[in-house]
Design a protein around this ligand. Structure first.
Ligand code: SIN
Ligand code: FE2
Length: 209
């Protein structure tokens, strides 16, 4: 059995097929309003291989000049991001164990040759909230490690409908996508993989409501 680092949960086939289809439909609507953009690395401007957009009150963006950040509007259209679909808020309520809703949902689209290098999700102000990630479409080889680059890593396949939660001691675990397995799912008509990551960005207001 594959033992994952503490705080890292893999929930295979968590979303039923009908829910996956409904979420893909919702993502189509999001992409119409907030087109996929090409993210670029801070300073070098090197383009990432994934295409991105967001929904929620905040979206994660990156470019050469201003680097990694969250912002309330799309970098090209200047429009607010569309709202997070209810099915994803439901998922967050079910699996996050966190009493406030997510503010950001990053939508990553992977063509067959796209990947994502090992990184930590650390642009959020509140690490008490987990990162909840949903896979749709083609399988990928996901890699997850410790909270330092030196720790060993484990690799496993993520399939359409799988949910991964990085929470608690696993919140800052390094993770990445080594490869996509083309034509392993029929969910997306033109193939590829969609990953959705739900995040709480700001610290909730404390004290009397
Ligand atoms: C990410 O870390 O932003 C994406 C992870 C994934 O595609 O599964
Ligand atoms: Fe990430």
């Amino acid at each position: 059995m594959l033992v994952l680092p503490k705080g890292v949960r893999h929930m295979p086939a968590y979303l039923p097929r009908a829910t996956q289809e409904a979420v893909v439909e919702a993502v189509r609507g999001i992409v119409q309003r907030a087109p996929l953009f090409v993210p670029a690395m801070p300073r070098t401007g090197k383009e990432m291989s994934v295409r991105m957009t967001n929904c929620g009150t905040l979206g994660w963006v990156t470019d050469k000049e201003r680097g990694y950040r969250y912002q309330p509007t799309h970098p090209l259209t200047g429009e607010p991001w569309p709202p997070i679909p209810e099915a994803l808020l439901d998922l967050w309520r079910q699996v996050s164990g966190y009493p406030h809703l997510p503010e950001a949902c990053l939508v990553n689209f992977y063509a067959p040759d796209a990947r994502m290098g090992l990184h930590q999700d650390r642009d959020e102000a509140d690490f008490a909230a987990p990162v909840v990630s949903v896979s749709l479409g083609d399988d990928c080889l996901f890699r997850v490690g410790q909270t330092t680059r030196e720790g060993g890593t484990k690799s496993f396949r993520l399939k359409s409908g799988d949910v991964v939660v990085l929470g608690g001691e696993g919140r800052l675990a390094f993770h990445g996508v080594d490869r996509i397995y083309p034509s392993t799912s029929a969910l997306l008509k033109n193939g590829g993989r969609i990953n959705l990551t739900l995040r709480r960005v700001t610290k909730p207001h404390e004290g009397p409501a």
